[in-house]
Write a protein that binds this ligand. Structure first.
Ligand code: ADP
Ligand code: MG
Length: 253
């Protein structure tokens, strides 16, 4: 059975999609069969992997509302061991349609059930909210990674996020664990980055990944080329940091 890792933080722009895409690719180049599942209607992870959303007839939306088998939605990539389950704007509709459903929080878990034995890792990229889609991702997950941007207000909202995790662990998904907090866009030259890193370590020291993702221009450029960083520029510090993160994740189990 594959590990299902949910990348969540209700703040936008903290590096969730960058982490989902590049951790997936790094696990795949370490020869782990990996499925990147785009759970955000914005479909940034889908585009970031070079998939043209307008060409897709079906996406995660169809699996969530029971109109498609999830296996039929999986797309292969340039990396043999990496596949993508894409999303596009229609996914917003699932939020509304699921509200009436008896399995509104478990629809994603059900949709992925047929895939978990085919992959070593499933990496779920969440939208920037604590919406039903994020709740579905947390319910389907075996572990969570919380990216925290090394900027002012970094810790804001983490209390609410951890309350949500606790609530889901207490009811829908007792096996949910925190794999870790990931410091992103770290710039060791700035006092602010160092201060945020110290604050986060002070509060959560046991659950912070040793790997810090640096602010790296190449990481910002890669999505516009539709490539994960290991394909776009494998010599960059961004690539090295995500390869290190993959090692930490693989050590976790
Ligand atoms: P989220 O999914 O949390 O909204 P993204 O991963 O889309 O955040 O990142 C927000 C923006 O910051 C994107 O333009 C992305 O390319 C850029 N970015 C993310 N991580 C880095 C990094 N480590 N270095 C440079 N740019 C980054
Ligand atoms: Mg995103």
């Amino acid at each position: 059975m594959g590990q299902v890792i949910c990348i969540a933080n209700q703040k936008g722009g903290v590096g969730k999609t960058t982490t989902a895409v590049n951790l997936s690719a790094a696990l795949a180049v370490a020869n782990k069969k990996t499925l990147l599942v785009d759970c955000d209607p914005q479909g940034n992870a889908t585009t970031g992997m070079g998939i043209d959303k307008s060409s897709l007839e079906q996406s995660l939306y169809h699996a969530l509302i029971g109109m498609a088998e999830s296996q039929d939605l999986v797309i292969n990539t340039e990396i043999d061991t990496l596949c993508v389950l894409p999303a596009k704007m229609e996914l917003i509709g699932a939020e509304i349609e699921l509200i009436e459903s008896d399995h509104r929080e478990t629809a994603l878990k059900k949709a992925l059930a047929a895939l978990v034995s085919d992959f070593d890792y499933l990496v779920l990229d969440c939208p920037p909210s604590l919406s039903l889609l994020t709740i579905n991702a947390m319910t389907a997950a075996t572990a969570m990674i919380v990216p925290v941007q090394c900027e002012f207000y970094a810790m804001e909202g983490l209390g609410q996020l951890f309350n949500t995790i606790r609530r889901i662990k207490g009811s829908l998904n007792p096996r949910l664990g925190i794999a870790g907090i990931l410091l992103t866009m770290f710039d060791s030259r700035t006092n602010l980055s160092n201060q945020v890193a110290d604050d986060v370590l002070g509060h959560f020291k046991d659950v912070v990944f040793k790997t810090r993702i640096p602010r790296n221009v190449r990481l910002g450029e890669a999505p516009s080329h539709g490539k994960p960083i290991v394909l776009y520029d494998k010599t960059s510090t961004g690539a090295a940091s995500y390869l290190n993160l993959a090692k930490e994740v693989m050590a976790f189990g």
